[in-house]
Ligand binder design. Structure first.
Ligand code: HEM
Length: 82
């Protein structure tokens, strides 16, 4: 998908639980300036691809569908558009 936007397409994928709990771990899922850093985005993408995040416990809801992971991957490959 072309022109995937962080604010419009990616941010809504994260729940308040995801954001709050991961902020505590130093992973700022809702912070564009953090997420647009290629190393940070790659780390997040890896956990989504592996299915290790979000976890099934702690209100995480378990691994994302392949569609959601693919959308996140498109955002990375599209150059981290705001
Ligand atoms: C660099 C990427 C990530 C790292 C290193 C990471 C690391 C962790 C760790 C270490 C925990 C366990 C905390 C504990 O033991 O209390 C955790 C929990 C959790 N993570 Fe992640 N995570 C990443 C990405 C994500 C993503 C992308 C999501 C959501 C889409 C997510 C959602 C959650 C949730 C909901 C929990 C459960 C929190 C709880 O109940 O304590 N994480 N994460």
């Amino acid at each position: 998908m072309a022109d995937v936007s962080f604010e419009k397409d990616i941010l809504p994928l994260f729940t308040e639980t995801d954001i709050d709990h991961m902020n505590d771990q130093g992973v700022m899922l809702s912070d564009y300036d953090y997420m647009k850093e290629p190393d940070n985005a790659a780390d997040v993408l890896r956990t989504l691809e592996e299915g290790s995040m979000p976890p099934t416990w702690g209100g995480g809801g378990g691994a994302w569908s392949e569609d959601k992971v693919a959308l996140f991957r498109s955002w990375v490959e599209g150059g981290y558009k705001p």
